[in-house]
Design a protein around this ligand. Structure first.
Ligand code: KIV
Length: 273
Protein backbone atom coordinates (compact mmCIF):
# COMPACT_ATOMS: atom_id res chain seq x y z
CA UNK A 1 0.00 0.00 0.00
CA UNK A 2 1.47 3.34 -1.00
CA UNK A 3 1.83 5.84 1.84
CA UNK A 4 -0.77 8.18 0.36
CA UNK A 5 -3.42 5.47 0.75
CA UNK A 6 -2.97 5.22 4.52
CA UNK A 7 -6.49 4.87 5.91
CA UNK A 8 -5.73 5.68 9.55
CA UNK A 9 -6.11 9.46 9.61
CA UNK A 10 -5.87 9.84 13.41
CA UNK A 11 -3.32 12.40 14.58
CA UNK A 12 0.00 10.73 15.42
CA UNK A 13 0.88 11.43 19.05
CA UNK A 14 4.09 10.71 20.94
CA UNK A 15 2.22 7.80 22.61
CA UNK A 16 1.36 6.28 19.23
CA UNK A 17 4.98 6.78 18.23
CA UNK A 18 6.06 4.48 21.07
CA UNK A 19 3.21 2.03 20.32
CA UNK A 20 4.49 1.79 16.74
CA UNK A 21 7.83 0.51 18.04
CA UNK A 22 6.06 -1.97 20.35
CA UNK A 23 4.02 -3.29 17.38
CA UNK A 24 7.09 -3.46 15.13
CA UNK A 25 5.64 -0.86 12.74
CA UNK A 26 8.40 1.20 11.11
CA UNK A 27 8.09 4.99 11.49
CA UNK A 28 8.45 7.32 8.50
CA UNK A 29 9.76 10.83 9.08
CA UNK A 30 10.70 13.68 6.71
CA UNK A 31 11.63 17.31 7.21
CA UNK A 32 9.44 20.23 6.10
CA UNK A 33 9.87 23.94 6.61
CA UNK A 34 6.94 25.52 4.77
CA UNK A 35 3.13 25.25 4.47
CA UNK A 36 2.91 23.89 0.91
CA UNK A 37 5.52 21.13 1.29
CA UNK A 38 4.26 20.13 4.75
CA UNK A 39 0.72 19.68 3.36
CA UNK A 40 2.00 17.31 0.65
CA UNK A 41 4.20 15.38 3.11
CA UNK A 42 1.29 15.01 5.57
CA UNK A 43 -1.25 13.92 2.93
CA UNK A 44 1.28 11.38 1.57
CA UNK A 45 1.13 9.59 4.93
CA UNK A 46 4.43 10.47 6.64
CA UNK A 47 4.10 9.73 10.38
CA UNK A 48 6.34 12.50 11.70
CA UNK A 49 7.42 15.84 10.24
CA UNK A 50 10.64 17.39 11.51
CA UNK A 51 10.94 21.14 11.27
CA UNK A 52 14.69 20.67 11.22
CA UNK A 53 17.32 23.33 11.66
CA UNK A 54 18.55 21.94 8.31
CA UNK A 55 16.28 24.80 7.14
CA UNK A 56 19.50 26.75 7.59
CA UNK A 57 21.09 24.90 4.64
CA UNK A 58 17.98 24.11 2.59
CA UNK A 59 15.94 27.32 2.93
CA UNK A 60 18.51 29.97 3.79
CA UNK A 61 21.67 28.75 2.00
CA UNK A 62 23.97 28.66 5.04
CA UNK A 63 26.75 26.05 5.15
CA UNK A 64 25.92 24.95 8.72
CA UNK A 65 22.84 24.82 10.96
CA UNK A 66 24.41 27.13 13.55
CA UNK A 67 22.97 30.49 12.42
CA UNK A 68 19.29 29.47 12.92
CA UNK A 69 17.48 31.47 15.59
CA UNK A 70 14.50 30.70 17.82
CA UNK A 71 12.43 33.26 15.86
CA UNK A 72 13.28 31.56 12.54
CA UNK A 73 12.40 28.09 13.89
CA UNK A 74 9.07 29.43 15.18
CA UNK A 75 8.34 30.97 11.76
CA UNK A 76 9.00 27.66 9.96
CA UNK A 77 7.19 25.50 12.54
CA UNK A 78 4.11 27.75 12.53
CA UNK A 79 3.94 27.54 8.70
CA UNK A 80 4.17 23.73 8.88
CA UNK A 81 1.55 23.47 11.64
CA UNK A 82 -1.03 25.33 9.51
CA UNK A 83 -0.83 22.52 6.91
CA UNK A 84 -0.62 19.37 9.00
CA UNK A 85 -3.57 17.23 10.15
CA UNK A 86 -2.10 13.79 10.84
CA UNK A 87 1.68 13.80 11.32
CA UNK A 88 3.40 14.42 14.64
CA UNK A 89 5.32 17.69 14.22
CA UNK A 90 8.70 17.96 15.96
CA UNK A 91 10.66 21.22 15.90
CA UNK A 92 14.44 21.47 16.38
CA UNK A 93 15.69 23.72 19.17
CA UNK A 94 18.36 25.77 17.36
CA UNK A 95 22.01 26.09 18.36
CA UNK A 96 22.45 28.42 21.34
CA UNK A 97 18.87 28.13 22.57
CA UNK A 98 19.51 25.39 25.20
CA UNK A 99 23.28 24.93 25.67
CA UNK A 100 23.98 27.86 28.04
CA UNK A 101 21.89 26.63 30.98
CA UNK A 102 18.69 24.74 31.65
CA UNK A 103 16.62 27.84 32.50
CA UNK A 104 17.43 29.33 29.11
CA UNK A 105 16.56 25.97 27.55
CA UNK A 106 13.19 25.71 29.30
CA UNK A 107 12.26 29.33 28.48
CA UNK A 108 13.11 28.86 24.79
CA UNK A 109 11.34 25.48 24.68
CA UNK A 110 8.16 27.01 26.11
CA UNK A 111 8.37 29.90 23.63
CA UNK A 112 8.72 27.58 20.62
CA UNK A 113 5.78 25.42 21.78
CA UNK A 114 3.56 28.43 22.56
CA UNK A 115 4.28 30.45 19.42
CA UNK A 116 4.50 27.65 16.84
CA UNK A 117 1.90 25.19 18.15
CA UNK A 118 4.18 22.24 17.31
CA UNK A 119 3.82 18.90 19.11
CA UNK A 120 7.35 18.25 20.41
CA UNK A 121 10.96 19.44 20.35
CA UNK A 122 14.27 17.85 19.36
CA UNK A 123 17.61 18.62 21.05
CA UNK A 124 21.08 17.42 20.06
CA UNK A 125 23.21 15.75 22.73
CA UNK A 126 23.27 13.16 25.52
CA UNK A 127 24.28 13.13 29.16
CA UNK A 128 25.74 16.67 29.01
CA UNK A 129 22.25 18.16 28.42
CA UNK A 130 20.20 15.63 30.42
CA UNK A 131 19.24 18.16 33.16
CA UNK A 132 17.92 20.58 30.55
CA UNK A 133 15.94 17.80 28.87
CA UNK A 134 14.51 16.75 32.24
CA UNK A 135 13.35 20.28 33.01
CA UNK A 136 11.79 20.67 29.55
CA UNK A 137 9.97 17.35 30.05
CA UNK A 138 8.88 18.53 33.51
CA UNK A 139 7.30 21.55 31.80
CA UNK A 140 5.08 19.10 29.90
CA UNK A 141 6.95 19.26 26.60
CA UNK A 142 7.75 16.00 24.74
CA UNK A 143 11.41 15.73 23.75
CA UNK A 144 13.18 13.73 21.04
CA UNK A 145 16.93 13.18 21.41
CA UNK A 146 19.55 13.30 18.65
CA UNK A 147 22.87 11.39 18.87
CA UNK A 148 25.73 10.44 16.56
CA UNK A 149 26.51 13.14 14.03
CA UNK A 150 25.00 16.21 15.67
CA UNK A 151 25.39 19.03 13.12
CA UNK A 152 25.23 21.80 15.76
CA UNK A 153 28.63 20.50 16.99
CA UNK A 154 30.26 20.45 13.55
CA UNK A 155 32.96 22.88 14.64
CA UNK A 156 33.97 20.48 17.41
CA UNK A 157 33.88 17.38 15.15
CA UNK A 158 35.59 19.13 12.21
CA UNK A 159 33.96 16.85 9.59
CA UNK A 160 30.58 15.33 8.64
CA UNK A 161 32.07 11.82 8.61
CA UNK A 162 30.50 8.72 10.24
CA UNK A 163 30.52 8.93 14.07
CA UNK A 164 31.03 6.30 16.78
CA UNK A 165 33.21 3.93 14.75
CA UNK A 166 35.62 3.62 17.68
CA UNK A 167 34.63 1.61 20.75
CA UNK A 168 34.83 4.46 23.26
CA UNK A 169 32.53 6.72 21.25
CA UNK A 170 30.15 3.82 20.55
CA UNK A 171 29.96 3.04 24.31
CA UNK A 172 29.29 6.71 25.11
CA UNK A 173 26.55 6.80 22.46
CA UNK A 174 24.87 3.72 23.94
CA UNK A 175 24.92 5.18 27.47
CA UNK A 176 23.62 8.53 26.11
CA UNK A 177 20.75 6.71 24.38
CA UNK A 178 19.90 4.83 27.59
CA UNK A 179 19.97 8.11 29.56
CA UNK A 180 17.62 9.78 27.04
CA UNK A 181 15.26 6.79 27.27
CA UNK A 182 15.35 6.75 31.09
CA UNK A 183 14.77 10.50 31.46
CA UNK A 184 11.60 10.20 29.32
CA UNK A 185 12.41 11.18 25.71
CA UNK A 186 9.81 9.67 23.32
CA UNK A 187 12.35 8.94 20.58
CA UNK A 188 15.98 9.34 19.54
CA UNK A 189 17.41 10.29 16.14
CA UNK A 190 20.62 8.38 15.32
CA UNK A 191 22.58 10.18 12.61
CA UNK A 192 25.42 8.72 10.55
CA UNK A 193 26.63 5.88 12.78
CA UNK A 194 27.47 2.25 11.91
CA UNK A 195 24.37 0.15 11.18
CA UNK A 196 25.42 -2.50 13.71
CA UNK A 197 25.62 0.04 16.54
CA UNK A 198 22.27 1.61 15.55
CA UNK A 199 20.60 -1.84 15.62
CA UNK A 200 22.07 -2.57 19.02
CA UNK A 201 20.93 0.78 20.47
CA UNK A 202 17.45 0.21 18.99
CA UNK A 203 17.19 -3.13 20.82
CA UNK A 204 18.52 -1.70 24.09
CA UNK A 205 16.14 1.24 24.48
CA UNK A 206 12.36 1.23 24.87
CA UNK A 207 11.54 4.25 22.69
CA UNK A 208 11.82 4.43 18.89
CA UNK A 209 15.12 5.20 17.19
CA UNK A 210 14.90 7.12 13.93
CA UNK A 211 17.90 6.68 11.68
CA UNK A 212 19.54 8.84 9.04
CA UNK A 213 22.60 7.10 7.66
CA UNK A 214 22.28 4.51 10.43
CA UNK A 215 21.21 1.42 8.46
CA UNK A 216 18.02 -0.61 8.48
CA UNK A 217 17.90 -1.75 12.10
CA UNK A 218 16.40 1.44 13.54
CA UNK A 219 12.67 1.77 14.29
CA UNK A 220 12.19 4.44 11.65
CA UNK A 221 13.94 6.58 9.05
CA UNK A 222 14.25 10.31 8.45
CA UNK A 223 15.51 12.22 5.41
CA UNK A 224 15.66 15.87 4.44
CA UNK A 225 12.71 16.30 2.06
CA UNK A 226 14.57 18.49 -0.45
CA UNK A 227 17.34 15.86 -0.69
CA UNK A 228 15.06 12.83 -1.20
CA UNK A 229 13.01 14.72 -3.81
CA UNK A 230 16.19 15.61 -5.70
CA UNK A 231 15.79 19.39 -5.33
CA UNK A 232 19.24 19.87 -3.81
CA UNK A 233 22.38 19.23 -5.82
CA UNK A 234 25.98 18.42 -4.96
CA UNK A 235 25.06 16.47 -1.80
CA UNK A 236 25.07 12.70 -2.30
CA UNK A 237 26.01 10.79 0.84
CA UNK A 238 25.66 6.99 0.62
CA UNK A 239 22.53 6.98 2.80
CA UNK A 240 20.55 9.33 0.56
CA UNK A 241 18.04 7.63 -1.76
CA UNK A 242 16.61 10.07 -4.28
CA UNK A 243 12.94 9.32 -5.02
CA UNK A 244 12.54 12.01 -7.69
CA UNK A 245 14.51 14.49 -9.75
CA UNK A 246 12.56 17.63 -8.88
CA UNK A 247 15.56 19.77 -9.76
CA UNK A 248 15.41 18.45 -13.33
CA UNK A 249 11.60 18.65 -13.52
CA UNK A 250 11.49 22.21 -12.14
CA UNK A 251 14.35 23.45 -14.32
CA UNK A 252 12.67 22.04 -17.44
CA UNK A 253 9.25 23.50 -16.55
CA UNK A 254 10.71 26.91 -15.78
CA UNK A 255 12.72 26.79 -19.02
CA UNK A 256 9.46 26.15 -20.96
CA UNK A 257 7.83 29.10 -19.20
CA UNK A 258 10.76 31.37 -20.13
CA UNK A 259 10.50 30.22 -23.79
CA UNK A 260 6.72 30.77 -23.84
CA UNK A 261 7.05 34.30 -22.43
CA UNK A 262 9.87 35.16 -24.83
CA UNK A 263 8.05 33.90 -27.94
CA UNK A 264 4.72 35.46 -26.94
CA UNK A 265 2.92 32.10 -26.51
CA UNK A 266 2.02 32.78 -22.87
CA UNK A 267 -0.60 33.86 -22.00
CA UNK A 268 -2.93 32.70 -24.79
CA UNK A 269 -6.54 33.81 -25.30
CA UNK A 270 -8.01 31.28 -22.84
CA UNK A 271 -5.57 32.46 -20.17
CA UNK A 272 -6.61 36.10 -20.65
CA UNK A 273 -9.67 38.09 -19.46
O1 KIV B 1 17.70 19.28 10.93
C1 KIV B 1 17.50 18.17 10.42
O2 KIV B 1 17.05 18.03 9.28
C2 KIV B 1 17.81 16.99 11.23
C3 KIV B 1 17.72 15.66 10.55
C4 KIV B 1 18.87 15.46 9.65
C5 KIV B 1 17.60 14.55 11.53
O3 KIV B 1 18.12 17.10 12.37
Amino acid sequence: MAGYLISDTRKVTTHRFIEMKQKGEKISMLTSYDYTTAGIVDRAGVDCILVGDSASNVMVGNTTTLPMTVDQMIYHARSVMRAVNRALVVCDMPFGSYQADCYDGVRNAIRIMKESGCDALKLEGGIEIIDTIKRILDAGIPVMGHLGLTPQSINKFGTYTVRAKEEAEAEKLLSDAKALDEVGCFGVVLEKIPAKLASMVSKEISVPTIGIGAGNGTDGQVLVVADMLGMTQGFSPRFLRRYADLNGIMTEAIGHYVDDVKNGDFPNEKESY
